[in-house]
Ligand binder design. Structure first.
Ligand SMILES: [Zn+2]
Length: 460
């Protein structure tokens, strides 16, 4: 009997140890969550207690500089590839590809050719032997090199946040037959939808939807706790872009400048993409003088800093509206009170990043990071070799608990410290030198006395 108990105990210990080893194999799992259209300053303007609790136990990047155009599809693909739009090929929500002569629209986006210029992390991580999952993340229901994430669900606005989280945690946990996923991406469409409808300056309406978003973050954390994943997995919460306040007073009517028969319109606002039917230069000349709050560019002259030129899917002319202005054409009246897509240097277009988990520092905050740096950070967290990308780990490294961070205050502190030590050493050296010089002089004077006997009155 005693032997049986002892055997049972030993087996129990052994099984527990094996479970523990299994659980600890490889790096912690990673969950990437995007709340579409979460403008960075919502964090200062609204309470968000659950989100604040999350990053008080982890890290916060107050503003994430995203990529141009600051639209949903390009930025969600940049987050999981680390590439500018010109490099991953998802240039906007409406595109035309002159090579295949195909059109891309938000509700017609599943042709793999659009997404094949890059490989998202949920595919790359498969090559490291991991299972992956993507819940309604843009592009995740499309095959890439004939592959998809291990688990995915195409976008369906009828599926609640709770249902999405329930599936994701189930996939992360795995079961007896299948191990859990190492990387999961989760998408939620608010506060973008309400931001478009009410405008970000509508504090009452945005306060209501941001409370719902914050409740969803609370729901996510309690679900992670309930399933035992909290504290074992790394969680990144971020977004694709911000939101600018628009107004019926700030309208740019293309038809006032040029009849629409002169060009084919691929995309409209706030970045219009046009293919002139005949004389590109003539169309450009007219549109460049069309409105004081809109800038026209020939494709070859699009500024380098936008990284929005080197792709077939960039049209011959693009028009960029100033923040808060809306471009309309052919009497289009679908004015939104909030919009995004504007220049990515505008703070109103920036989202944020918060993270928590075993790999992150606690209570640490930085002002800014490039959204392209999220990809190398995720690859580092998962020990997945990153594909060629436009990001860097240099700054993102500071967010990690295991890394020595050379951030500006530390560097300034070190430089000041080194200067103080050098000054102290120099002063000490001079003092000792002075003392050394003073010593021999006294000795020499004594010697001079001995040598110069004539001067010694006692010997006379
Ligand atoms: Zn979006």
């Amino acid at each position: 009997m005693l032997f049986k108990i002892l055997l049972g105990f030993l087996c129990g210990v052994s099984a527990a140890a094996t479970d523990n080893v299994t659980a600890q194999q490889g790096p912690p799992s990673l969950l990437l969550v995007s709340f579409d259209g979460f403008r960075a300053d919502y964090l200062q303007r609204f309470p968000m207690p659950n989100l604040k609790l999350l990053y008080s136990q982890g890290v916060l990047v107050e503003q994430l500089t995203n990529v141009f155009v600051t639209k949903t599809f390009p930025n969600h693909y940049s987050l999981v590839t680390g590439l500018y739009a010109e490099s991953h090929g998802i240039m906007a929500s409406s595109m035309y590809d002159p090579v295949t002569q195909k059109y891309f629209r938000i509700n017609n986006d599943t042709d793999p050719m659009w997404w094949s210029e890059a490989q998202p992390l949920w595919i790359t991580a498969l090559d490291s032997g991991y299972k992956t999952a993507a819940m309604m993340w843009p592009g995740s229901d499309v095959t890439n090199s004939n592959r998809t994430a291990t688990h995915f669900l195409p976008y369906n606005s009828n599926v609640t946040f709770q249902e999405r989280v329930g599936n994701v945690t189930k996939w992360m946990l795995g079961n007896e037959k299948e191990e859990g996923v190492k990387f999961a991406a989760l998408y939620w469409e608010e506060p973008d939808r309400s931001g478009h409808r009410f405008g970000p300056d509508n504090t009452t309406a945005m306060g209501k939807v941001l409370k719902e978003v914050d409740d969803n973050i609370g729901l996510l954390m309690s679900e992670l706790k309930r399933t035992g994943l909290l504290g074992r997995v790394n969680v990144l919460i971020t977004s694709d872009h911000g939101m600018a306040q628009c107004s019926p007073e700030r309208i740019i009517r293309l038809d006032d400048c040029l009849h629409p028969d002169n060009y084919t319109l691929v995309d409209l606002t706030p970045v219009a993409a046009l293919i002139p039917k005949n004389n590109t230069q003539a169309v450009f000349d007219i549109l460049s003088k069309c409105h004081a709050h809109m800038t026209a560019y020939l494709k070859k002259a699009i500024p380098d800093r936008l990284h929005y030129r080197n792709n077939e899917r960039v049209q011959p002319i693009i028009l960029i509206a100033e923040e808060g202005w809306t471009i309309v054409q052919r009497g289009n009246k679908s004015l939104r009170l909030g919009d995004h897509g504007y220049d990515n240097s505008l703070p109103s277009m920036h989202p944020f990043l918060a993270a928590t988990g075993p790999s992150f520092r606690q209570g640490y905050k930085i002002r800014n990071l490039q959204s392209l740096d999220v990809y190398p950070l995720m690859c580092h967290l998962l020990s997945v070799p990153p594909r060629p990308n436009n990001g860097t780990l240099t700054q993102a490294r500071c967010l990690l608990s295991a890394e020595t961070c050379w951030d500006t205050p530390t560097v300034i502190g070190l430089v000041v410290g080194v200067l103080l030590v050098l000054t102290a050493v120099t002063v000490l050296f001079r003092f000792l030198s002075a003392r050394r010089r003073a010593g021999p002089r006294a000795f020499q004077r004594l010697q001079v006395g001995y040598d110069d006997e004539d001067d010694d009155p006692l010997l006379e």
